[in-house]
Design a protein. Sequence first.
Length: 315
Amino acid sequence: MALSNAAKSDLLLVVVTLLAAAGWIFSREAVLAMPPLLFMAIRFLLASALLACVARKQLTLLSQRELARCARVGLVFGIAMSLWVVGLAKSAHVGEAAFIASLGIIMVPIIGRVFFKEAIPLNTWLAMPFAIIGLAFLSLSNELRFESAQLLLLGSAAIFALYFNLNTRAANNQSATLADGSRIDTPRISVMALTTLVLFVVALVTGLLSLTMEPWQPTFKNFQPMLAVWIGFSALISTALRFLIQTYAQSLTENSHGVVIMVLEPIWTAILATIWFMESMSSSQLVGCLLIFMSLLINRFKAVVKLLKHVSRKA
């Protein structure tokens, strides 16, 4: 029996979360052998070059105003990814890092309130205590103090939430009221063109930061073939391929359960880290991560209920 578009979208988004989780493993392997910001610059440059081949036509149709909007989104995302990769390089536990970074999902409506005066949903208020207590449990192993890696990842989550707000506005139609009372509509930017340019700007941001803060010579002098594999996997599989599949999956239907499915990323990351790096969690880490995961589900409560109803109807 042929799958519906909604079912295809959901399955593809599960693949997306697996690719994203694999990206944590590839990135961790890479930053163990080279400066983290340099790695991100190369990774995103390769990924944007590949996506540019697919989005060539859409890119030529962008106006200067649309290019500026893409650059603004990319700048914010570049700062978020810079904090993320330095936090990952400093972190002693990839699984824990993934759960901290996932808090960006909960911060999206909070950032939307601060910068765009949007109302914060009740679900977010209910989720916040679980997230805060979860973070407290993660800090127990360091005498209730956050490590630098945890703070960097938390900062990246907050800026990622700002990126998500900006990215959503760039990818959708916007209306604005002018001083004379008239309204002007800003058309949506092609998702593929937007993604390509955002990734390119991330490469520029991380590259400039790396140029001023990191030594490059040791990496190129002692370059190992396996490092090229991790960079290639990160750029092609966990970035370019991931965004291509995600864009296609989201185009299949508006009734996908993607908002729920995407919270699986830290779960897959923790599982892969356990298998690949033989990581294990202390009791406080485990409780903290479970509380953070509960906060993600509470934050998406309506979507979770909708998904459960959908599954029960299919059963």
